[in-house]
Design a protein around this ligand. Structure first.
Ligand code: NA7
Length: 552
């Protein structure tokens, strides 16, 4: 395989690889492909790089993984030269970093912005994909890599009357590029996941009044965000090789942190409280790593959940509001735990109120109010922090047709089926970065992205060296992997929550636990072993005839 040609005047553009999306996955994929001499084109629906961080510009948006770890590790120069300002980088800074990476590695010349991939059809004669993009052009590619992101299809809720609302309506996942000024306005915020919990305190500072409409109370841990000192930055920089190795190979979630050595019930109540207090005071996602069985054993989980509930009671002055803010419908951690700055304390402000929409769902949105249990809560602007069609939503928006013209949506109608989260049987030469069936959203995304990109890059080199034309997941290997992913998930408490991990936030979406929960280290070893055994479980075919040049 060599960089594809498109010599005849009317020939379609042809590439070795078309990459869909220029977020962190697409950018690194492009960088690797180029370095290996493959021709590649990236199509990105946004007007710039950054993916998640391009779209999620809502007030208070920041990553819940610490910035020194939520960063690429592939370039030593890059990780030494970039100065993160805070423990948790705000959205604007992560976007700046993404732009810096695009410039530093000269990526933009191979990225076409403001362009959606609408359709990809596998041509079984040519062993290549025919890709239709939104400017009407068709391009041909030997391989397609979906770097479409796990949380990139913002979901507008199906609430009666929403379109009748007269004021502005914002979705946190599709926020305007211009600053939004809530000064003097009564704002209604629907949704109390990570985006709602991050934005509520900031909106409350600006708005005349903020009404938070809560369907499910959520567990949230203080971020304890602060400016990073040189000393803290250097502690990472001087130890990056070991920190990165640990994150990749040891930590279940791809984050370097102190690992638990026992279960919650192995400690006395006093010792347990002291441990939770220390984690609470330190802040951040690692609260859940206080013990090694919080995701497995309900009695153990209850001890952590009770601790957080007690903190909510301590912080929130009004007893009824405090009670309502205490999560009771799912074990802690089985919905992505949130990391906040002053979320619970925000409800002590006189200009903030909380409305329970679990007991009484929103009846209707009128021109100027949200109606709940017959009461109109008047608002001038609405913020929808209602989440995403996660993990499969962005893939489903592309009309992907594999062998026999079968669409990926047809194949995934009962839930996504992949081998290792990387490929789906019947769809040759189509790779997914951090797809369902891989650790993806249960991990530090950049760790998982780099692992998948490197694995795919090695695989393409192998195919080139061996003169192979196609590669696809074998049906049997895929079935076994899907069963394995399910079996592991059902050995944990995770499926007990109505979470977006389960597709439960989208009416009609099949309830399947989508990410692989076995841990990034174990998963990486499995992927490496599969590759070492000649891509065991995948089916590869040889090129029987030279590649056809398709004319338009
Ligand atoms: P999430 O975590 O999916 O949160 C969405 C929130 O919106 C959640 O509280 C939902 O309640 C609520 N929601 C969704 N639809 C409705 C309707 N129709 N009516 C009322 N409330 C609704 O999305 P985020 O953007 O906050 O975070 C996504 C991830 O980004 C996060 O986990 C981090 O990894 C970063 P529900 O819980 O479904 O009852």
């Amino acid at each position: 395989m060599s960089p594809a040609q498109s010599s005849p005047a009317q020939a379609r553009e042809a590439y070795d690889v078309v990459v869909v999306g220029a977020g962190f996955a697409g950018m690194y994929m492009l960088h690797r492909l180029r370095g290996l001499g493959f021709s590649a084109r990236v199509y990105e629906q946004g007007g710039g790089v950054g993916g998640t961080w391009y779209w999620n510009r809502y007030p208070g948006a920041r990553c819940d993984v610490e910035s020194m770890q939520y960063s690429y590790s592939f370039s030593e120069e890059l990780q030494q030269e970039w100065d993160w300002s805070e423990r948790y980088a705000p959205q604007a800074e992560i976007l700046k970093y993404a732009n810096h990476v695009a410039d530093r590695f000269d990526l933009r010349r191979d990225i076409q912005f403001d362009t959606r991939v609408e359709r990809a059809v596998f041509d079984e004669q040519a062993n290549a994909w025919s890709v239709k993009i939104s400017d009407g052009k068709m391009v041909e590619a030997k391989f397609v890599v979906l770097a479409t992101g796990c949380l990139s299809n913002a979901r507008k809720p199906d609430i009666q009357g929403l379109d009748n609302f007269k004021g502005p309506v914002y979705h946190t996942g599709n926020w305007p590029h211009e600053p939004v000024d809530f000064a003097g306005l009564r704002v209604g915020l629907i949704g109390t996941g990570s985006s709602g919990i991050q934005s509520a305190p900031i909106i409350a500072e600006q708005a005349r009044h903020l009404t938070v409409f809560q369907r499910t109370a959520n567990f949230s841990i203080p971020a304890r965000n602060a400016a990073l000192t040189d000393e803290e930055r250097n502690a990472f920089r001087n130890n990056y090789p070991e920190i990165r190795r640990f994150a990749r190979e040891i930590a279940r979630n791809g984050i370097h942190a102190e690992q638990p050595d026992r279960g919650a019930l192995d400690d006395s109540e006093d010792a347990r409280r002291a441990k939770y207090k220390a984690r609470w005071d330190r802040g951040g996602l690692t609260f859940m790593s206080a013990y090694n069985n919080l995701g497995l054993d309900l009695a153990a989980n209850d001890t952590a959940a009770n601790y957080v509930r007690s903190k909510i009671t301590e912080i929130v002055k009004d007893a009824t509001t405090a009670k309502l803010l205490q999560p009771n419908s799912h074990p802690i951690g089985t919905k992505r735990i949130c990391i906040d700055t002053d979320y619970f304390a925000t409800f002590n402000r006189p200009n903030v109120s909380l409305v329970d929409i679990k007991t009484n769902p929103i009846e209707e949105i009128t021109a100027n109010a949200v109606r709940v249990a017959g009461t109109d809560h008047e608002v001038d602007a609405l913020v929808l922090a209602t989440g995403f069609d996660a993990m499969t939503g962005s893939v489903a928006r592309i009309d992907i047709r594999g062998r026999g013209g079968r669409t990926l949506n047809q194949k995934w109608a009962e839930g996504p089926k992949t081998y290792l989260g990387l490929m789906s049987a019947g769809f040759p030469n189509l790779f997914i970065i951090t797809g369902p069936g891989s650790p993806s959203v249960l991990s530090n995304m950049i760790v998982s992205i780099e692992q998948h990109v490197d694995w795919i890059a090695d695989c393409l080199v192998h195919m080139r060296q061996q003169g192979l034309a196609t590669m696809e997941a074998g049906g049997e290997a895929e079935d076994k992997w899907v069963a394995h992913v399910n079996e592991i998930a059902h050995g944990t408490l995770y499926p007990q929550a109505n979470s977006w991990y389960m597709g439960a936030n989208i009416p009609g979406k099949p309830r399947i636990f989508m990410p692989y929960i076995g841990g990034v280290g174990i998963y990486r070893r499995i992927c490496d072993e599969v590759a070492a055994k000649g891509y065991e479980g995948f089916v590869m075919t040889r090129a029987e005839q030279p590649r056809r040049v398709v004319t338009g």
